[in-house]
Design a protein around this ligand. Sequence first.
Ligand code: ZN
Length: 422
Amino acid sequence: MTVIGLDDTDSRSRGMCTTYVADTVARRLTEAGATVERVLLVRCNPAVEHKTRGNAALAVHTDAAPSTAVDVAADVVDAAAETADDRTNPGVIVADGAPGDVPAAVATFARRAVTDIHARADARRLLETAGYRAETWGNGRGVVGALAAVGARAAFDEWTAEHIAYRRPERWGTDRDVDAGTVFDAADARYPTVWDTVDREAGEVVCVPHTPGPVLYGIRGDDAAACRAVAADIDAEPVARARCFRTNQGTDAHLRPGTVAGARDGRSYRLDGTVSTAPETRRGGHVFLAVADGDAELPCVAFEPTGRFRDRVRRLRVGDDLTVCGEVASGTLKLEKFALRDRRETESATPTCPDCGRTMESAGRGQGYRCRDCGTSADGRIERPLDRELTVGWYEVPPRARRHVARPLVRGGFDAPTHPER
Ligand code: ZN
């Protein structure tokens, strides 16, 4: 077996897309008589700077000879990778051997590429040690993702599917013609095996991109056959070609266990804390709060595009115990989902008069409270029940705001009741 890793062939300005390049490589290999066993779509650390759109790397698993693989991949990347775009720096790596049998260091590299930040030099050292062939363009940044893609099969246990349909080249850059009604119907029929196809609450089709690239739509789910079935039921402009990728999307592979005190920029965490600052909606509609653990505090934010998720965040109260998930940037955790673990049920309040119902006044330092009109008194502040609209369990951003790698609650595997958005 031979593994071809590919990365950074996306071009913002000219609409190329790494999945399309990988599909082209796979097709060329098949035309040359080789078998392509599968193509992996690996979402790397979504926080990495210089990221390509969605930070995707691809791996083609094939029985083609390594020399053939190098020639075909380099040829396709040369022709299609838009190297004229100086923000595009493709890398191709070819590994000889079974995808699951890469050296442990390569698998570790792949895991870290999703949860951490890699230097290009580390990738180069490792691929030399492993004896892999590499081709790079531009500054060669693509070797990092390409090597991660090579190691991905051994690194990750959990895989989902995405069936991507591509447009005819002459239509690239024009408005996509997809019948939204058929998308909603097809999505309903296969939910929740197939997820994030649409955002029902917002009435929005999520699987059709708005970028100028070749993708017509991408159907994501737990099962490839179900994704294909949804695609088959969608009425749309002609599909030039399609491929079903195996992917780490929807798995939360980017999240690492963390602590409030230990959270660092450029990484994504799952960590516990207690709400220490009440939710506050700031300019632009972003909702901020802070969580604390001991002396350490971490600001968290639900950005405006997360829409109705912000209403859940606004219902949190100081003292609530949470688990929060998201990427840390500029010292702030960008909320993707959270679990309300333990609710604060009461709040401290000034007592009210049992006779007239008005708020009592302080009778002086250490003297308790009293009602001047009725002469009633109370020893101190009282605990008043809070009207809580939020029940314990997991809450998440809606499909329209989901990161590729983030796990939808509907997929299950969570340690508390879930409140899935659909
Ligand atoms: Zn009174």
